[in-house]
Design a protein around this ligand. Structure first.
Ligand SMILES: Cc1ncc(COP(=O)(O)O)c(C=O)c1O
Length: 481
């Protein structure tokens, strides 16, 4: 699978650069030792257990290359940040130009031209919103939106969904629908209430208290790739309007074309009061996020000159981040990546559904655009059921590693489990993938799922080994998508 040319490119890069490139090539093999010693040792143990410790040395588009130059198809895309693919030349040129330009970056007592242009460009996609506040990360965008909502509405309450993921800082963590992330870190922010996703009756009940400033929701949940029922988001918008609650759409993962539309909410025709963007906006190089909001909300928060900096971040709106956002939006348009995500996402869904109908352990294939989940479930046949139960008794969701590990080892595909104790394997590739990549995905999943239905067999021997090590490591692969 690896061409000579690709191996030569990896070597060429490290030869040319006498600074950071040669430091990387000379010392990259120490990475696991370094991390075990100085950083998060558990992460290294996870990687070794699942065989992801191959030493990636280069990234290009939708691919990663290990130190032997072997090419992998990356369906993690850095938890979704590489929408336009890794190391896109347009992005690289733009960032290089910023560095060469001696712009007056982060003056602080001035406003940035690039930030103004990026805000203007983003708002063209959401004509019902008028204002933008930039932050450095998704979680910071969530934090900002919580503050905006509480101040604008003058109520303390926040409602979020079961299985929600909005980041891991305290405000965002207080809206997290999975106890696993919160255990041991309490107490959380007060006045945060969980409702089941897709349950309008529960939402009605929560909002009817008229104590709720905002309902924060991912249009498609990242954990589990949970799709809303057809009437859910429109119903939620109606309830929010009825009770004077803001609707905040967290499009940090789903936004900028991931689901085949610029925003996922466009599939259901709703117009939230606040939209949060990040991940793909960064081009994968410079962290950035944006809070898009209605004018009156901003007016309530930044309401006097002495409150002009009542919320802000030192690095937000820096030139590299703004330039990365502008270059990314241009690439999305010129390469028609949103259309590509819609077209190839539909192809993958159809193909994977066709394949999966032959296998009893596949419960559902769901998704939109290039955000796809394959959910596995308890088998009917006796032989399989015994093995499944054994694995699951050790650790719920462990079965999914029998899919992701061979996918990497035998097919050079990186994929993830869509959350703690989840039975869903998630595909989140760069939006630049091709028809050939789809063939690669389809044939590999077909083979790996088929193998997982053979007991006894190699995959189930792997399962037993995993079961022995499970408590130590496995669920780390579902950490932060
Ligand atoms: C929907 C959603 N919101 C918020 C976040 C948090 O973003 P960050 O990791 O940049 O803080 C994520 C990250 O995975 C996400 O998927």
């Amino acid at each position: 699978m690896t061409s000579r040319l690709e191996m030569d490119r990896t070597r060429e890069f490290t030869r040319q650069d006498s600074g950071i490139g040669s430091m990387f090539s000379e010392r990259e093999s120490e990475r696991y030792v370094q991390h075990s010693r100085h950083m998060n040792e558990m992460m290294v143990r996870v990687l070794k257990t699942i065989g992801y410790d191959v030493g990636f040395c280069r990234g290009a588009g939708q691919y990663l290359f290990d130190r032997a130059g072997v090419r992998y198809l990356d369906l993690l895309s850095g938890w979704g940040v590489f929408g336009i693919g890794r190391n896109h030349p347009k992005l690289r040129d733009t960032l290089t130009n910023v560095l060469a330009a001696d712009f007056p970056n982060l003056v602080q007592m001035d406003v940035s031209p690039l930030a103004g242009i990026l805000a203007e460009t983003l708002l063209r996609y959401t004509p019902y919103l008028d204002k933008v506040l930039f932050t450095n990360s998704g979680a910071e965008a969530v934090e900002a939106s919580i503050k905006l909502a509480r101040k604008a509405i003058g109520r303390p309450g926040l409602v979020y969904c079961t299985h929600a993921f909005h980041g891991l800082s305290y405000g965002a963590l207080s809206l997290n629908g999975d106890d696993n992330f919160r255990d041991g870190f309490g107490p959380m922010l007060p006045h945060c209430f969980e409702v089941p996703f897709n349950d309008l009756v529960a939402l009605d009940e929560a909002l009817a208290t008229r104590q709720v400033a905002a309902f924060v929701v991912e249009p498609i949940q990242g954990k589990g790739v949970n799709i809303p029922d057809d009437n859910y988001l429109a119903g939620a918008q109606e309830l929010c309007r009825k009770y004077g609650t803001l609707l905040i759409a967290d499009e940090i993962q789903t936004g900028l074309g991931r689901t085949g539309r610029f925003l996922a909410v466009e599939h259901w025709g709703i117009e939230p009061d606040i939209v949060l963007l990040s991940k793909t906006l960064s081009g994968g190089h410079v962290p950035v996020a944006a809070v898009l909001a209605r004018k009156w909300i901003f007016g309530k928060v930044f309401d006097r000159m002495d409150r002009a900096v009542v919320h802000g971040l030192t690095f937000a709106g820096n030139d590299l981040a703004m330039a990365a956002g502008l270059a990314t939006l241009e690439v999305l348009e010129t390469e028609q990546l949103i259309e590509n995500a819609a077209r190839l996402g539909a192809r993958l869904l159809t193909a994977l559904r066709g394949i999966s109908s032959r296998y009893e352990m596949v419960r559902e294939v769901r998704g939109k655009g290039l955000m796809i989940g394959i959910e596995f479930g308890r088998p009917r046949s006796l032989k399989l059921r015994a093995s499944w139960s054994l694995l699951e008794s050790v650790s719920t969701g462990l079965f999914c590693q029998l899919i992701t590990i061979p996918l990497c080892k035998n097919h050079r595909i990186l994929a993830q489990v869509a959350g703690h104790a989840s039975h869903t394997v998630k595909l989140l590739p760069a939006l630049v993938i091709s028809e050939q990549d789809c063939e690669w995905i389809e044939s590999s999943f077909d083979e790996v799922i088929a193998d997982s239905h053979r007991v006894p067999g190699g995959v189930w021997s792997l399962g037993m080994t995993l079961a022995r090590n499970a408590r130590k490591t496995y669920d780390m692969t579902a950490v932060n998508d």
